[in-house]
Design a protein around this ligand. Sequence first.
Ligand SMILES: C[S@@+](CC[C@H](N)C(=O)[O-])C[C@H]1O[C@@H](n2cnc3c(N)ncnc32)[C@H](O)[C@@H]1O
Length: 279
Amino acid sequence: MDINQIDWSEIWRNGKIFFAGNADKASSWDHAAARWNNENADDYGKKVIQRIKIKPDWTVLDVGCGPGLLAIPMAKKSKHLTALDVSSEMLKYLKENAEREKVSNIKTINIAFETAKIGKDVERHDIVVVSRSMGWEHNLEQFLRGMNDAAKKRAYVVWGASDRHFDIGLYNAIGRPYGETRTYIVIYNLLYQMGIRANIEIFQTKPTAITYNSVDEAQSELSKRFQRRNRNEELTPEEKNELEKYLKKTLAKSKEGNYRFNNEKPTLHALIWWDKRLS
Ligand SMILES: C[S@@+](CC[C@H](N)C(=O)[O-])C[C@H]1O[C@@H](n2cnc3c(N)ncnc32)[C@H](O)[C@@H]1O
């Protein structure tokens, strides 16, 4: 078998877990902004920051910055940081958080990265960082090329590397094969095919929780995964029942009043980085 015949972009495109149905990207992320702003992820933030090389006279582009978990500490270490996000709500929280921390060297850009013209909408920066932000991308190769183009020195991607027990249980419960294909190894292999020999490190953080405001919200969000156009994957009424039973069984009400699936093991992450490739 010739490994170069494997179409990693196509494999990524077929991924299920991060599929958001026909939802509009900006408004869906707007909807999730308050939840991400309250996320308790100091452990993750610290572990990523300590692995990213930034010098005081360098510029940084944070793609999919969210409320600024990484953007704010990276801005403190650099000359200037551009915080780019498709969601204006995320940027609203980021600005509030930066002001509270008295960080004033951040510029925000509200755009979907894949639609941005590099050198025009978005300047080139020394470092480009994409953390947990490319799950919904259909054209991964274009996204990665954009990152390489926007970087003057180095580009970094962080992506989950743990087995997804909640999702595996969910597919088991409804009786469908799991087979998620939007995994870090696809990113790494696609870079290889693009001629980029990237570095990789797997690191771990404390166990995390998957959180929903209610079981109904979980049911409605998760059902979207099965609403792919022309795919005939919609859940049947029996599968919907099984999904509901699964959620009621696995999501526990927390003392804050939301519903959680607590992962028991530490979470694994893949940090992938490469020096800018000129081609
Ligand atoms: C899961 S959050 C991660 C936030 C932050 N990078 C972190 O690791 O804490 C994903 C963020 O990426 C943004 N995002 C997703 N796809 C994007 C795209 N194509 N272009 C720009 N922003 C995007 C979302 O709006 C959201 O703020």
